[in-house]
Design a protein around this ligand. Structure first.
Ligand code: PMP
Length: 289
């Protein structure tokens, strides 16, 4: 029995999920040697598609996977998969691994064909810019124990998985991460923003965090809002704890207010007005990217 989203794409062909077979010698399986993307699609309309593909192409180039596929190639896969799977609220997952070798050897093999896998899965309906309807997160915090290339959207996600799992085991929704200098990096599966007064702040892009597409779009959208200032700057954990509002962002969640961190309220412990404005503007503009 398949699910409602049973049609997948593997190496040039569409098939049922159970028909998709990948070699156990695939370097994605053995080493987590690959790059992935997740693009949201609502009723067949993709959000930020070109930006996601650009990030994926950059990631592939950074790790030396040679694959020259056009933006159209990826768009066709995404549109075919959403259509074949019912055009609902879907996350389009795209995955490229370096491919299957004949031996397990760390160095990149000379001749290997990258494995291309894509599937879709159901995501929640489009978030509403409504304080009473929105998800509200509780988070904990932890020192970031991941590697020094968090700017690459690598399929090697064990560090993220372990941080996320520790949050789950503590009964929270996300884990906010900081470096050895007590500076905010990101969360285990999201970027992070804080609000103080009318200033919206988020850490600058470097190797400590993923260049999130939601982050990029939100910064661009908020820069056009005259009542707010938005800065990419170092944010300390003290500033996070004393913020008026705390948000996490990702493609499937958009902007989620975090009302409690490590058991203490953020601001007045309620969803904030600037969140409401930001999510309203994001909802209005997100299909323009
Ligand atoms: N940081 C991490 C570690 C992530 O895994 C993600 C995506 N889930 C994000 C940030 C947000 O990225 P995007 O807005 O592109 O989904």
């Amino acid at each position: 029995m398949g699910s409602n989203t049973d049609i997948v794409f593997l190496n040039g062909e569409y098939m049922r999920m159970h028909e998709a077979k990948i070699s156990p010698m695939d370097r994605g399986f053995l080493f987590g040697d690959g790059i992935y993307e997740m693009v949201p699609s609502y009723s067949g309309k993709l959000v930020g598609f070109a930006l996601h593909i650009k990030r994926m192409q950059q990631g592939l180039a950074t790790i030396g996977i040679q694959l020259s596929k056009s933006d159209k190639y990826w768009r066709d896969i995404a549109e075919n998969l959403t259509a074949k799977n019912g055009n609902g609220n879907l996350g389009v997952y795209l995955h490229v691994s370096r491919g299957a070798d004949v031996k397990r050897f760390h160095a990149f093999p000379d001749k290997v064909t990258p494995t291309i896998f894509a599937f879709v899965y159901e995501i929640p309906t489009e978030p509403a810019a409504d304080k009473t309807l929105t998800k509200q997160f509780k988070a904990n915090s932890a020192e970031d124990h991941r590697w020094k290339h968090c700017d690459i959207k690598s399929t090697s996600l064990l560090g993220n998985v372990m941080h996320f799992q520790s949050g789950q085991e503590s009964g929270v929704d996300e884990t906010i991460l900081y470096n050895a200098q007590n500076e905010l990096t990101e969360a285990s599966s999201c970027n992070v923003f804080i609000v103080k007064g009318t200033s919206v702040l988020t850490p600058p892009l470097d190797k400590q965090l993923l260049p999130g597409i939601t982050r990029l779009m939100l910064i661009d959208i908020l820069r056009q809002e005259p009542t707010l200032t938005i800065e990419e700057q170092v944010v300390t954990m003290d500033e996070v704890r004393n913020a008026d509002e705390l948000w996490v962002t990702s493609s499937s969640k958009e902007i989620v207010p975090v009302v409690e961190l490590d058991g203490k309220p953020i601001g007045n412990g309620k969803v904030g007005d600037i969140w409401q404005l930001a999510q309203t503007l994001y909802s209005k503009n997100k299909f323009n990217y």
